[in-house]
Design a protein around this ligand. Sequence first.
Ligand code: A2P
Length: 268
Amino acid sequence: MDTALLDRPLPADVSAERVTAVEHYTDRLFRFRTTRPASLRFRSGEFVMIGLPHALHNGKPVFRAYSIASPSWDEELEFFSIKVPGGPLTEHLQRVRPGDMVLVRRRPTGTLVVDALLPGRRLFLFATGTGVAPFASILRDPETFERFDEVVLVETCREVAELAYARQVVDGLADDPLVGEFAGRVRLYDSATREPHVREGRITALLSSGRLFADLGIDAIDPAQDRAMICGSLAMLRDVAAMLEALGLGEGSNNRPATYVVERAFAG
Ligand code: A2P
């Protein structure tokens, strides 16, 4: 990659990549794709730090944790981002166009990986807002379907239009060369909280009222066979985790796989 546009040399673990595509969903959410650093290996569901050459703090690029939304086999990287007005990184990131340069630190990490879960039959993915990004990666990885018979993506956003990204990922599975044959094993259960929707209300309310189970034709979450991943705001992580614990699930990690996992890197 040509780094001549940069004023200073990049740290050894940072690559300059080119934006290949950008799609805006709302005035708050967008996705973009970039070329992939040749040496970057990651597990689907992990995150990296990204920055921009011109988004600086004290003269140095500002880096933020971003889940990689593309699967580990993809030759490009995809990211799903919020746009924060005046945000040190996203104020600039929301303006990227194909051909622009994005900085990627090649140190993937994270707990939302199938390795951190004990074997099970059904995988629940609970997301709010941009928390759906790591699940866009996991849903497009054949390994997910080697480990689980069924995957249920449960997503809540404020507005209906914010749900479009997850819908696009799930609808695209059928035509995917690697996971197309598993598309019938994925269900999307989405809801909006601040606009009329067929399913209104938070994930937590849909769980506690039993509506989620009734709609999906599931008796309950069973710790013997159900596994879960959670990604969203700090309050959402806390509330969903408490509900899963009450149902008998326990939190796992890379070192100690268990029945559910949480990613706290983005929770503000
Ligand atoms: P609400 O509209 O009732 O706040 P945000 O964009 O602020 O991250 O929120 C994304 C979605 O997550 C919103 O629909 C929001 O609902 C919902 N949400 C916020 N806090 C929680 C929580 N503690 N548990 C479940 N959902 C939550």
